[in-house]
Ligand binder design. Structure first.
Ligand SMILES: [Fe+2]
Length: 527
């Protein structure tokens, strides 16, 4: 019988029971996270469950390395440690081998020839790395990413857990593995499989449920639960989801998700959609998506901007994805294009700074994105410049304006812009929160705390806006929407610096005749 997938079906992608995110796809980076993040936190919990239980209750510890499960789950986590060690043994060996070798190189390669070191490359990595110095004679191991994927990448352990959500409240998932309960169905089909597209299409097109179940390998005993995810009622697919006017319509979907539409083209940035849990219309959700997203733009590879849970659900609507190019071979900077290819996006274009692509009604260009990556040499970041019907938009994400002269040069080149979108999360987490597992030697605590993932504060944001000569400036990407709690450990108080600085920014913009606000939940306007 043909039915629709309910709009509040949560589809949580998992890898070895952990929430799947981009750094878990490339084998080496995945191995580093398994060893340095997941196994460590699970072992700590097994030894001191009470400490974890108490720490997660403390709001100051939010987002810290504490597992949010009560003591009765110790046995389960012990089993998960064992399973992870078995299933991920190759990834673990790769990661350990690379770290050992990097430490050896740091000690012994001091400007001398590197050729003799190829014999010392761990066996699993032989033929997959090139050894080089930078011009300051610091040795580096460059990874041959594509060859490594071909040899080692596996979809084993990938699954998507389906369940019904009745509110936005979800636990932070980056530091706790998922314990599968009776109220969900965990389907072990790789992300790349197009059976998932068939399932998610059923959100708007009635589909045969038995056929879907067979494509997803749903077992007989799970059919009753699977059936509860569907409904006979046609969804309230919004009639105005495709734009037919002569202007550019802008829709803010929450966080860094902006939809720009003309009659001819639909462009969406960094999709993080909330589920429609109560039909209240307080947000744009899946039913508001246009029939086709011609260009999906991803600004940078942080877990609140590249969200697999959303990407997989909209994959069937997306034509082309545009991403920044990475720094080839760098452990800390894996190719976002290859990551997306491995989760089923085939049409992915990489762009560099000031490189542009012609599109119907205009163009899309990459522009520099400063900072916000803990001073690591990560190049997978771009602020997209979009020109549509002659109107110029800059979607600058979390760019931290640490060198205002850069914007003088940029806006000189662009001859100003009309509409600016800028994140102002100016008190970001320390380096170790995201990149710690990739380091071969631990960082001094004081350095870790200095090297944060912070965006622009008032002064930097205003300097940028002023230089841009924009007539509209919006603060976005603040992580304030209620459906983001599972990926962002943020809890703002009225006097939080992120809010006071962005309030000042909005006020100054208005005083200077720039239309401005801090976006929240939803907004639509035309330019
Ligand atoms: Fe970011």
């Amino acid at each position: 019988m043909k039915k629709y997938l309910k709009p509040n079906v949560k589809a949580e992608p998992l890898m070895w029971k952990w929430f799947a995110w981009s750094y878990l796809i490339p084998p080496l980076q995945s191995g580093c996270n398994i060893v340095e993040r997941y196994l460590k936190i699970m072992r700590s919990y097994v030894s001191f469950p009470k400490i974890h239980e108490q720490a997660v209750k403390n709001p100051d510890m939010m987002g810290g390395p504490f597992l949010d499960l009560d003591e009765q789950h110790v046995g389960l986590v012990k089993d998960l440690i064992k399973d992870t060690q078995d299933v991920c043994s190759t990834y673990i060996e790769l990661s350990n081998g690379l770290k050992d070798f990097q430490r050896l190189l740091q000690k012994e390669a001091t400007g001398n020839a590197l050729e003799p070191f190829y014999n010392k490359v761990p066996d699993l990595l032989k033929g997959f790395v090139e050894l080089v110095y930078d011009t300051d004679n610091h040795p580096q191991v460059l990874l041959m990413e594509k060859l490594i994927y071909n040899k080692y990448y596996t979809t084993d352990g990938q699954s998507i857990s389906l369940s019904l959500l009745d509110s936005d409240e979800r636990a932070f998932i980056m530091s706790t593995p998922r314990v599968i309960t009776d109220d969900e169905l965990n389907i072990e089909v790789p992300f790349i499989d197009n059976a998932w597209d068939n399932l998610f299409k059923a959100k708007h097109t009635a589909t045969d449920v038995a056929d879907l179940a067979s494509k997803l390998g749903v077992q007989d005993q799970d059919m009753a639960y699977f059936g509860t995810l569907f409904t006979d009622d046609a969804p309230k697919q919004k009639e105005d989801r495709n734009y037919l006017g002569d202007d550019v319509r802008v829709r803010y979907f929450g966080h860094a998700t902006v939809l720009l539409q003309t009659k001819k083209v639909s462009i969406m940035t960094d999709p993080v959609l909330g589920y429609d849990t109560d039909g209240s219309g307080d947000r744009y959700s899946y039913a508001d998506l246009p029939d086709k997203i011609d260009y999906l733009l991803l600004t940078h590879n942080h877990q609140d901007h590249v969200v697999f849970e959303v990407l997989l659900q909209i994959r069937h609507k997306v034509q082309t994805v545009i991403v920044p190019r990475n720094r080839k071979g760098a452990l800390e900077d894996p190719s976002l294009k290859l990551i997306l290819n491995h989760i089923g996006f085939n049409d992915v274009i990489e762009i560099d700074d000031l490189e542009s692509i012609d599109i119907p009604d205009g163009e899309i260009m990459g522009t520099p994105f400063l900072g916000e990556h803990s001073d690591l040499n990560i190049q997978t970041k771009t602020a997209h410049f979009v020109k549509l019907n002659g109107k110029k938009f800059l979607l600058a994400a979390d760019s931290n304006n640490i060198a205002p002269q850069m914007y003088e040069h940029l806006f000189d080149y662009l001859n100003g812009i009309d509409v600016l979108f800028l994140g102002m999360e100016c008190d970001g987490a320390p380096l170790s929160w995201v990149y710690g597992p990739l380091l071969s030697n631990p960082l001094k605590r004081s350095h870790d705390n200095e090297r944060t993932l912070s965006g622009s504060n008032y002064e930097k944001a205003w300097s940028l806006a002023k230089e841009s000569k924009c007539t509209q400036a919006y603060v976005y990407a603040m992580g304030m929407e209620p459906w983001l709690t599972y990926i962002m450990a943020l809890q703002y108080e009225p006097d939080s610096i992120q809010l006071t600085e962005s309030d000042r920014f909005v006020k100054t913009c208005k005083e200077n005749n720039i239309q401005s606000e801090r976006l929240f939940m939803k907004k639509e306007w035309v330019v």
